[in-house]
Design a protein around this ligand. Sequence first.
Ligand code: IPD
Length: 270
Amino acid sequence: MKEGDLDAREAALVAVAREAGELAKRLFSSPPEVKLKGKQDFITAADGEVERLIIERLKARFPRDAFLGEEGGPEGEGSAVWVIDPIDGTANFAHRIPHFCVSIALVAERRLLLGAIAAPMYGELYRARAGCGAFLNDAPMRVAQTSDMKRAIVELGWSARRTVRAYTGLVERVLDAGAIFMRAGSGALGLAYVAAGRTHGYCELHINSWDTLAGLLMVREAGGWTNDFLAGEAMERGNAVLACAPGLQEALVAATGVGQANEKLERRTS
Ligand code: IPD
């Protein structure tokens, strides 16, 4: 994509993330309409409303681009794809917990180009552009510089898409390696926190692309390490994710099993 085309998309992305965040904040102030899609898997009327706003705005500016929304699925044929989670942390939103965000990424030819995350209840807007750094409300972000697992906080995301035993095994190995774990219920914000140097790693054994891509770009642009999340069919089907401060890469790859060299090789040859 030409620089000028990317400049236009970056400006539109930041504006729409901000507007979508404000809409989510407004909707959060009334009791949410909530449905359960599966075990501990919620959807609210706000998810659909926010996603429609984002797609409408971006489509009006870039009618040839494609979209992959958490709620609406894939739409359009363009090689530039907007990957959208209208409300990440839906369970929090549904329970009136303010830890949620809007997450939007732009991918072209499987390359992550742009990402924005709006956390409206905190007044925070995170953004990144490939090769140009990552910012939190215009201040550059840097990942933590620690290499000491005994000081590390690692967020371990959970969903019913993997077994309880797989999750408790992961928790046990991360604790054994010396770190403490947390789970706050928004994968996108979990990754943004790693980029901002607030936490030291984020790992989940399966997560969808709309929860992940914007935050992954932020971690990379803030100097962090991530596994090759987009390998294989991750865009459509999701994948395991590990993102961390570079000093913890070796210890966390060993503890989580995500990002090992043979894992990448297997995917590339399949
Ligand atoms: C979920 C959250 C959660 C993560 C799950 C996601 P949603 O997304 O990001 O933290 O652990 O894998 O499905 O449902 O809140 O958009």
